[in-house]
Design a protein around this ligand. Structure first.
Ligand SMILES: [Zn+2]
Length: 137
């Protein structure tokens, strides 16, 4: 029997990893071993930026149409400034919304062993086989 458990640690890279490290001993105690970890970046942040980007250009076009002034170079500068802040915003969004996804597998510690003489299953801590009387060394 195999049980897979997926846990999501939120926060930026640093805090998510710290949360994971703090959680591991408890998980191990419960019999779960981490088998895979994956960084998560947020698709929401990306989609949000594209939306803001388009809204900005609609806004810019709207201003242009209403003012009747051709902006020329100013428009270019504005776009550049906006794009830069967009990238910064995107980075901060992914940093804060990302996290760590850790896959755990349930691997309980073995509590039994096989007697090397009679092949019966006995308790792991047993010193003497209850079937054949074999002494474990
Ligand atoms: Zn035995």
């Amino acid at each position: 029997m195999e049980t897979i458990l997926v846990k999501h640690y939120t926060g930026n890279e640093e805090t998510a990893f710290k949360a994971f490290q703090e959680d591991v001993p408890q998980m191990l105690f419960e019999g779960y071993s981490p088998i895979n970890q994956q960084k998560i970046s947020t698709p929401l942040g990306c989609g949000l930026c594209i939306l803001i980007y388009f809204l900005f250009f609609f806004f810019l076009t709207w201003i242009k149409l209403n003012s009747g002034i051709s902006w020329g170079f100013a428009e270019f500068i504005l776009s550049y400034i906006f794009l830069t802040s967009l990238i910064i915003l995107y980075n901060s969004l992914t940093k804060n919304r990302g996290g760590l996804m850790v896959t755990y597998e349930y691997r309980p510690k073995k509590k039994e062993k096989t007697c090397s003489k009679c092949a019966e299953t006995v308790k792991l801590d047993a010193k003497l086989c209850r079937y054949c009387g074999y002494f474990f060394t």
